[in-house]
Design a protein around this ligand. Sequence first.
Ligand code: URA
Ligand code: SF4
Length: 254
Amino acid sequence: MTKPRKTAKPTGSAADFIPPRPTLARLRAASKGCQGCDLFKLGTQTVFGEGPASARVMVVGEQPGDQEDKAGRPFVGPSGKLLDHAFDAAGIDRDDVYVTNAVKHFKWARDARTKRRIHKTPSAGEIRACQPWLEQEIALVRPHVIVCLGATAAKSLLGRDFSVMKKRGVPVQSSWAPAVIATVHPSAVLRAPADQRALAERMFVADIRKVARFLEQESAASQRAAPRSRKFSAWQTSARPSGTSNASTRSSRA
Ligand code: URA
Ligand code: SF4
């Protein structure tokens, strides 16, 4: 699918562009031609999610920023660097993380004075129009934890009334994943006044540590449940070398 003409009319929903029998690769290819909302005219390109399909953690940001828009990849700019640092500090392997955004085109306006492209918050209609891509990503990756960065992602998955400020770092059970944890957007940490910056970063890292804790508790719980499944898979597949038995399911992955 090629990039649509800027004169094309938006259809109102990304659902019109979802390919049959979707895989992440097929979705990514199809998203290049999305005209679900007006933003395809503004962004350089669709910035689809990235990361392994086996990731236990899915990070949902707001929308690509200036650098992501140019690179065509999510979280490659300053927010992405802070995110990498936080996952590192929490001991979460980046190979266990899929990163994406609630809205897949960069919404911006030219600053009259500096001529720079300034980020604009996507509207509720744009978030709704783009959600089918995110739904498909969640359905294919089946993350154990979804991390919503900032209000746009949190509202997209947890509803309009969800308050990041009141509920940050608290795992919420949802139909999207066993746990959805919302925190502030890393760009808010980067914009914090100098005297609050270090604290803001510590709080952000603390929220990401709660993701690690949830994963640890989950794998401890599945190990407690393991003896039964080990016995079962042993009689079922006694010829298999250890480590490749049926017991090593997604949920018991350490
Ligand atoms: N901010 C986001 O929300 N997403 C990105 O991909 C980059 C910055
Ligand atoms: Fe499609 Fe989302 Fe881009 Fe709108 S923002 S054109 S719905 S990919």
